[in-house]
Design a protein around this ligand. Structure first.
Ligand SMILES: [Zn+2]
Length: 424
């Protein structure tokens, strides 16, 4: 194994031992184990001679000044879901720590200023709003509208949990100016895939093309509740059957819109179904069903959305019910920078001989950086291909390959944007 990979893996295991119990990792943002995680990371930075800095949104930064004040930002998140794994987020932050460590050991200043950032509350595990720190820095977070009403399961308001960590809504708004003042030239993130695609391909490392756009909606089908014995089939207005046909239609739409390669795959999921009145002798009079559609291509996503709307009307008409759509959330696809993608492809090919490409279905902090600066990501294979569970893992050879590919990408990026490189 490459000695730099070995150092990253040793740090990751040390952090896991400190913050994991029998149910998994417990680094939930804004809580005591997360603060312990941050204290550990701050000590790691100090060990290499870097003084950690907190920005107004509680994102933790470490800096090695370069010949140019413009910086390469390497980021991800140390927070986890309750009962999470040892790699989700941490891999990228600790790889960034290794970049700073090597730059310090090299003696002279790097061509570009190097920064590692641990974004606060990427997971949104406690209050339900993810990407809190990175979206505050990107200026896309609206604290009053999005956070003021949020409460955790114990009844604690998010505003109070933030205050416990020294953060106010005004601070969140100030994070944008802090990021702009860093003069960012580019952003890179190493992350585990969290899915089974690279594992199925037997590939240790993947080139991430961007994060998929998302269309997320709730539908309400309304018919007429009736007695399950008394209502003849042809006289029913069964809202659940309409919702069920809609779900099957969405599966067909996503199958039809999917290309054969991983990079052109799309997904559609109906994850919530609520039937009313919800008892065994009642024809369902109303049914709520969710739809979450994702695609890397904006045109394909728009087509999926249009076809899903049409399918809901067909299903409603067949069952003599009405349907209403309510938008829950959406985000456009965030495509990564062509120049950086070139560096990632070269680096992955240098390490493993191939450069498989795939989109990210999950969102990442990197998605928030795309509108602000050239951005790219490297994926390490997940095996088993799951995340947000204590069994989340990546075999050491794949971790080694992904870390090596990422560090090479960093070197190419620094050489490109460093002194004499292209201007902002
Ligand atoms: Zn993550």
């Amino acid at each position: 194994m490459d000695p730099r990979s070995a150092r990253v893996i040793a740090d990751l295991r040390e952090l896991a031992a400190l913050t994991t119990d029998e149910r998994g990792a417990q680094r939930v943002a804004w809580g005591p184990i997360w603060r312990k995680t941050r204290a550990w990371f701050a000590d790691k930075l100090r060990e290499i001679g870097v003084e950690p800095e907190l920005d107004p949104a509680a994102n933790m930064w470490g800096t090695v000044p370069g010949q140019s004040p413009r910086c390469l930002i390497i980021g991800s998140h140390l927070d986890s879901v309750p009962g999470g794994g040892w790699l989700d987020g941490c891999l990228g932050v600790i790889a960034g720590l290794e970049v700073l460590r090597a730059a310090k050991a090299a003696g002279g200043p790097p061509a570009l200023t190097l920064k590692v950032v641990d974004w606060a509350d990427e997971e949104g595990a406690r209050f339900g709003r993810s990407l809190v720190g990175s979206s505050a820095s990107a200026g896309t977070l609206q604290p009053e509208a999005e956070l003021a009403h949020l409460v955790d399961r114990a009844g604690v308001r998010m505003v109070d949990a933030l205050a416990e960590n020294g953060v106010s809504f005004d601070d969140l708004r100030a994070a944008q100016a802090y990021l702009q003042a860093q003069q960012p030239a580019a952003y890179l993130e190493l992350h585990i895939e969290q899915g089974p695609v690279l594992e199925e391909l037997n590939e240790p490392v993947g080139v991430v093309l961007g994060t998929m756009g998302v269309e997320r909606h709730m539908l309400r089908f309304v018919g007429q509740a009736a007695h399950s014995g008394a209502a003849p089939l042809h006289l029913r207005k069964d809202a659940f059957l309409a919702a069920a046909e809609f779900a099957l239609a969405c599966r067909d739409i996503s199958t039809r819109c999917s290309g054969s390669e991983p990079k052109t795959r799309v997904v559609a999921t109906c994850g919530v179904v609520k039937v009313e009145p919800n008892f065994i002798t009642a024809v369902p009079g109303a049914t709520e069903i969710s739809i979450d559609m994702r695609a890397l291509d904006a045109g394909v996503l728009a087509q999926m959305f249009a076809e899903a709307q049409a399918a809901s009307k067909v299903a409603a008409a067949r069952h003599l019910v009405e349907v209403q759509w309510t938008r829950v959330w959406d985000i456009p696809p965030r495509l990564f920078d062509p120049t950086l993608l070139g560096f990632v492809r070269e680096s992955v090919r240098e390490v493993v001989g191939r450069a498989p490409e795939l989109p990210s279905g999950p969102l990442h902090d990197a998605a928030e950086m795309v509108p602000l600066m050239p951005t790219a990501m490297v994926f390490a294979q997940s095996s088993p291909g799951v995340s947000h569970t204590r069994i989340e893992d990546t075999p050491e050879p794949a971790l080694d390959a992904s870390i090596q590919a990422f560090l090479r990408t960093v070197d190419k990026t620094v050489a490109h944007y460093g002194a004499g490189g292209p201007a902002a």
